[in-house]
Write a protein that binds this ligand. Sequence first.
Ligand SMILES: *Cc1c(COP(=O)(O)O)cnc(C)c1O
Length: 467
Amino acid sequence: MENFKQQSASPREVLESLAAKQGLDLLGPAFADHMDNEDPLRGMKDRFVFPRLADQTCVEGIMAEGEEEECIYMCGNSLGLQPKTTKDKVAETLNSWAKLAINSHFHGSLPAAYCDNYGRETLGDLVGAAPSQVVIMNALTVNLHLLLLDFYQPTETRYKIMIEGHAFPSDRYAIQSQVRLRGLDPEKAVLQVRPRPGEHTIRTEDILQLLKEEGPSIAVVCLSGVQYYTGQKFDMERVTKAAQEQGCVVGWDLAHAVGNVEVKLDEWGVDFACWCTYKYLNSGAGCLGGSYVNARHNERTGPRLQGWWSNRQETRFEMQEHCDRSSAVDGFRISNPPPLLIACVLSSLEIFREAGMARLLQKQFLLTGYLEMLIKSHFRRGDNERPLVTIITPEDTSQRGCQLSLIFSFPLKQVHKEISKRGIMCDIRQPNVMRIAPAPLYTSFRDVHRFVTILGSVFDLCKTEAG
Ligand SMILES: *Cc1c(COP(=O)(O)O)cnc(C)c1O
């Protein structure tokens, strides 16, 4: 595939020209197959374990055609698939513990005492940071708390934390509780930037305007890089710059951004960031999170929660009276890391290293564009034969990653139930959105085509039943 991103063409225009060149019907399955044949990442699908329909006994009325039929997986934004290598890597780590016992702390394939130093390079690449500025530790919300305890230093006049309206609940609760911990009232100290009435996503100009108006009272701006509900990607670079010009500290929650969109934390001068690794990064539910601190904060000395892992590695085992705190993000660590979970993170990072973010972004541009194009062609406004599907994720490809959030003119739960029976895995979120995320690492054009075909057949069915 050529570098389409450098052109200003929309994904639809690119897809149309590719189909025309081959003399293929843009909407037909043969074009999907053609795109898959041309996909340099097509082999990556094989690196993952796909859930089989027959195993989904939790889904009422599952319609499996055979034992081996695989589901179409559209929720890598929620929980990534298991890499086939994860089992072996975990087994190897278990073996190391069994065979070496205490000696596995410093020896073996993934020495416990150093295991959180592995993978920094790939992790850094994924978020555009030097390896020394990122670390794998804890879980996302825990990391958000640890970072805010240091970076949120409210004063009499500058005490607010800005988040987006409808932020992921865990972030909201974390921030509300941080504010309360400092004796402040969340009603006054948590500032939410929201979409305009009648709109679903937040305009960059509105974020910038709010920063202009409220800047001097904002201590920390803490938005998500990609919004979990709408799939909107914020202009992280511009927002960071504008907020810092107002004297705010800027932290990004990259849960839905890492492994999904381009992130350049060092270049953008972001103060801190954190993310989980079990969504696009496929490390397994609840697995370890990642954190970033900009180099300009390496020598911060303010009070912080500490443990033995905050201590510099070189002197950690001297067991000194006072903590000889590591610089940079390493000084935010508290406890010794679990090698079993690091193994899960590493097996996924190896796949990302191989696939390369640049190629993933290329494919994502076309694959999500393909999904968008099919939905718009099949379920369009004015076609009163069928329920309407509205995509609330921005059409502008610089404002989204792989996820599209859909709203139906039909009861969401019913649609979800019917497509689940037919082997589509995706999720719905209150109040009324279905999130479809064709992760470019393991989703084919044919999968997307099948998804839209099944959605169409289910719509016909729902309509008949309702009628
Ligand atoms: C997934 C997600 C979380 C989950 O937090 P954990 O601490 O890993 O349970 C938090 N915030 C956002 C924005 C998320 O997308």
